[in-house]
Design a protein around this ligand. Structure first.
Ligand SMILES: Nc1ncnc2c1ncn2[C@@H]1O[C@H](COP(=O)(O)OP(=O)(O)O)[C@@H](O)[C@H]1O
Ligand SMILES: [Mg+2]
Length: 220
C-alpha cells in the first residue's frame, strides 16, 4: 500500500473516488497510530506503548505482568509474541532495536478463548463472528481459529462505527476482545481485511456492500 500511496493520492486529487481512502489506510495500517486516535476519541483500547529502550519494555512487562509484542504494521497474527518474563521481553526488544524496528508492546487482555471480528461498510454493520481458538492465544482465522456467528449488540455497533469514523474508513474489519469484566477493547481496525472466514461463517459477501457503497459515494 505504502508503495502505491503517492499514486493513490494523485488519483484522488484528480477527482477519482477511492475506498478506502489512502490517507485513512495510511493511519489504519499503523496499529499504534490508530489506537492513539481511538483512545483520544474515548474508545476503549488495551494499555499500549511504543518504546525504544529495552529497559522501558522490561518495566512495562513488570507493570502489566503479561504482554504482547507485535509488529506495528502486520497481520494474520504473524510475528506477535506473548511474554511474562522480563528477560524475554528484554532480549526481544534488543533484537527489534538492532534491526531498527519499534517495540510495540501491549498489555495482554485475559480474554476468553476467542475474540470478535465485526465487518462494517459505510454506516452499516454487516455482521460479526467469534473467532475461537482453544490451542493458541492468537484468534486469527489464519492461526486455525473456528468461527461462530454472533448478533452484534448495540455496544459493539457503536464502537465499531465510531472507530471507523475516527479513522476515516469506508469499510473495515475490527478486532475486539472481551476483558475479564466482559468489557470490550479494540485491538485493531483493519482497513484491508480478509473476509474468507467471515464469509464462510455468515454467508455475507462484503464485496457486494463495498461496491454498493462505492457507487453511492461516486454519485454524491
Ligand atoms: N493485547 C492482547 N490481548 C489478548 N489477545 C491479543 C492481544 N493482542 C493480540 N491478541 C490476539 O492476537 C490476535 C492478533 O492480534 P492483532 O492485534 O489483531 O494483529 P494481527 O491480526 O494484525 O496480527 C488477536 O486477534 C487476538 O486474538
Ligand atoms: Mg487482527
Amino acid at each position: 500500500m505504502i508503495r502505491r500511496y503517492d499514486t493513490l493520492r494523485s488519483m484522488e486529487k484528480s477527482g477519482i473516488t477511492l475506498i478506502n481512502r489512502p490517507d485513512a489506510m495510511f493511519v489504519a495500517r499503523d496499529k499504534f497510530y490508530s489506537l492513539v486516535k481511538l483512545k483520544n476519541a474515548g474508545i476503549p483500547v488495551p494499555e499500549t506503548a511504543v518504546v525504544e529502550d529495552p529497559f522501558e519494555a522490561m518495566r512495562l512487562v513488570m507493570k502489566w505482568k503479561d504482554v504482547v509484542i507485535k509488529p506495528v504494521v502486520g497481520s494474520l497474527g504473524l510475528g506477535s509474541i506473548r511474554a511474562e518474563d522480563p528477560d524475554i521481553v528484554f532480549r526481544v526488544s534488543k533484537s527489534l532495536l538492532s534491526i531498527n524496528q519499534p517495540i510495540y508492546i501491549q498489555k495482554y487482555i485475559n480474554k476468553p478463548q476467542r475474540d470478535i471480528r465485526i465487518f462494517a461498510v459505510g454506516d452499516r454493520i454487516l455482521g460479526g463472528i467469534y473467532r475461537i481458538n482453544k490451542s493458541s492465544w492468537k484468534t486469527n482465522v489464519a492461526q486455525g481459529s473456528l468461527t461462530q456467528v454472533i448478533t452484534v449488540n448495540q455496544d459493539l455497533e457503536e464502537i465499531t462505527l465510531k472507530s471507523m469514523k475516527v479513522l476515516g474508513l469506508d469499510y473495515a474489519g475490527i478486532d475486539i476482545v472481551e476483558d475479564e469484566s466482559g468489557d470490550y477493547k479494540i485491538l485493531e481496525v483493519n482497513g484491508s481485511p480478509l473476509w474468507g472466514g467471515f464469509y464462510e461463517a455468515t454467508k455475507i459477501n462484503p464485496a457486494k456492500y463495498i461496491v454498493e457503497h462505492l457507487i453511492k459515494k461516486m454519485k454524491k
